[in-house]
Design a protein around this ligand. Structure first.
Ligand SMILES: [Zn+2]
Length: 484
């Protein structure tokens, strides 16, 4: 939502906000649950009886179609795979003959990754951001949406004993209310979907009772969203001794779910907490079974887990998830680095009977949060960067609660307006916070060689020492930029 539109939306009376949200949901419904959705849902329910061999047979056929589409109709691969005998790829174990691509390839290739002749306007766009906040567009063919949402419904929601029709609460990072809002409501009710959307940004010990009262008022039967935010809400409610709020299931995604987080959620909501995995690129999904194992979902994509030298990881060895789509034949991502890390479980047999591979040690981006002066933890900061195409990458160095330095590696078209926009996007989510912006030619890496979006300097003496000198140099070189 553009900023002016967002401010206008915030000013609307509640019933008009709900009406606007209902209208928007109606539009989404046509795309998500339109032509093909019911057929896919029924087909997926039948597929639950399939053996692993039957699933693999479907996968190989679909993989061959995707590879052929890419090799013959997508300009990027026509160039990139020059001289490679792609025709020899018969199964997922042959994929290693193809080169790996990452977010940077996608950013540079732009529309050359689309099937010849397809117009972006005729496609669905998902915006995503890399580990350093640089935005990229991923296009989905419109007929992939009903397939995707049928998979979500059958293989994630039904698995947890819930469904789209049941009233639910969603804890997420959309700026539905101003970031500096000091009094409730910190949520928005969507009457069309029976969905209570709770802002993840305002969850704090002070606001706990307000959130719980909203849950009581709207009585969702299940809860979904960021695991870290739902766990914080549960922890705060338990610490305050508030009455438990039992629901049928909690399905979390988007973070690493630690044991303590799961315990808090399961205690307060008196239910099982299911972990799940997915990403905007729509190339892979996983869902926890009743036996606590995270199974990859079939029909979405083919997952490889690769070591640093790009060789396949042994069971138990953590590596990067590199994924090939089976659904997206408009912008096929093939051997695409997701930036997420996991390991194959050593024991692949599960008492639940699901034959699909089990992953463990899934590492999300739990650490990407800022701390406000009033002690709120603002996670999923990268969502604020998604809209800003002129920024190559960013890093936020927080030196104290309520204050941070933002390093920006700009692209050619970068200007002061982009800073203003980024600052607004951040403040919309956070509220009161002070940022200082610096232009840099490269984002520094951690001593471990990783790039991180948020580093809280005051929590790590090592980081503080490294960055203190770095920031002093930046100040001396007058690299400071501001938004006005
Ligand atoms: Zn299982």
């Amino acid at each position: 939502m553009a900023n002016r539109k967002l401010i206008l939306f915030w000013k609307l009376p509640r019933q008009f906000q709900e009406m606007a949200l209902s209208l928007y949901s109606r539009k989404l419904e046509r795309a998500y649950y339109g032509k093909g959705y019911d057929e896919w849902r029924h087909w997926l329910q039948d597929c639950k009886k399939w053996t692993y061999q039957e699933i693999k047979k479907w996968e190989n056929k679909q993989l061959a179609y995707i590879i052929q589409t890419a090799a013959t109709r997508v300009p990027f691969y026509q160039e990139y795979w020059n001289g490679i005998e792609w025709q020899k790829i018969k199964t997922s174990s042959d994929l290693h003959v193809l080169p790996i691509i990452d977010k940077n390839h996608v950013r540079i290739a732009k529309n050359k990754l689309l099937v010849n002749g397809l117009k972006p306007k005729s496609l669905w766009v998902e915006k995503t951001s890399g580990s350093t906040g640089s935005p990229i567009n991923i296009y989905w063919p419109m007929d992939m949406l009903p397939k995707w949402w049928a998979i979500v419904e059958v293989m994630i929601r039904y698995q947890a004993g819930v469904s789209q029709e049941m009233p639910r609460a969603m804890v997420g990072g959309r700026p539905i209310v101003p970031g500096d809002k000091k009094s409730p409501p910190y949520w928005l009710w969507n009457p069309r979907w029976n969905q209570l959307y709770l802002s993840s940004y305002h969850i704090s010990p002070r606001t706990t009772s307000d959130y719980v009262n909203a849950l009581i008022k709207y009585s969702p039967q299940w809860i979904t969203g960021y695991g870290s935010s739902i766990a914080t809400l549960a922890r705060n409610a338990l610490e305050k001794g508030l009455p438990h709020f039992p629901v049928k299931a909690v399905i979390v995604s988007g973070d690493t779910l630690f044991k303590s987080m799961r315990m808090d959620i399961e205690t307060y909501f008196e239910t099982k907490c299911y972990d799940s995995y997915g990403q905007c690129e729509g190339v892979s999904m996983a869902m926890e079974c009743p036996h606590g194992r995270l199974h990859l979902l079939p029909f979405v994509g083919v997952t490889e887990i690769l070591c640093e030298d790009d060789s396949p990881c042994a069971p138990g060895q953590v590596g990067e998830m590199v994924v090939t789509t089976l659904l997206n034949d408009a912008m096929p991502l093939i051997r695409y680095r997701t930036g997420d890390y996991a390991a194959w479980a050593k024991e692949q047999k599960c008492p639940c009977g699901n034959p699909n591979p089990i992953i463990t040690n899934l590492e999300g981006r739990i650490d990407d949060f800022l701390v406000t002066e009033d002690g709120r933890k603002i996670s999923h900061i990268s969502t604020a960067m998604k809209q800003n195409d002129a920024i190559h990458s960013t890093q936020i160095l927080q030196d104290r609660p309520g204050h941070a330095f933002v390093l920006i590696q700009p692209r050619k078209e970068f200007g002061k307006l982009n800073i203003k926009r980024l600052e607004e996007e951040l403040l919309n989510r956070i509220g009161n916070f002070e940022f200082e912006f610096f232009e840099v030619s490269e984002i520094p890496k951690t001593p471990q060689g990783k790039t991180k979006l948020v580093i809280r300097l005051y929590e790590s003496r090592e980081a503080d020492q490294i960055y203190k000198k770095y920031l002093e140099d930046l100040c001396n070189k007058s690299k400071r930029i501001n938004s006005c």
